[in-house]
Design a binder for this molecule. Sequence first.
Ligand code: FE2
Ligand code: FE2
Length: 164
Amino acid sequence: LGTRKEAGLAWSAAMSVGVSALDTDHKCLIRIINLLGNVVSDEDAEQAMEMVVDTLIVYGRFHFAREERLMAAAGFPGAPFHCAEHHGFVHHIRRLRDSCAKPATPKMCQELWEYLIDWLCHHILIQDMAYKPYMINMAGAEQMAQAVAPPLPMTDRERILSEV
Ligand SMILES: [Fe+2]
Ligand SMILES: [Fe+2]
């Protein structure tokens, strides 16, 4: 399990799904959501909520496309249900974006952070983990993942942590 820190939740090796491009996506998604964890003023709240939801919609689309391509190639039998979960999440955050009350507050950021982190952690640990045995030894998985879209590069700090 990831550990909760002051700045939010940190990815941990227990969340690895066996394909590094997908792990990099998950780290990026967590990093995006954690931007909601440090909001202290009303002025920052609205901007943070809009930016996080918009960025999640864009990067989530890349990540879900990458996973869905690999699940199909691996012959993962749970793929249809898994894709429906992705679709439902995107639909939900789109609606959330349209219905965001204004003005936003730090408390709303905190609640959104909790919802998004809970959804993502649960999804990674339960749904994504289910395809791991199908993908971990699949030849060409990394190249196929990169072909959908390049994952965002890791920060130096994450690269250092992943090498120890
Ligand atoms: Fe995922
Ligand atoms: Fe997924």
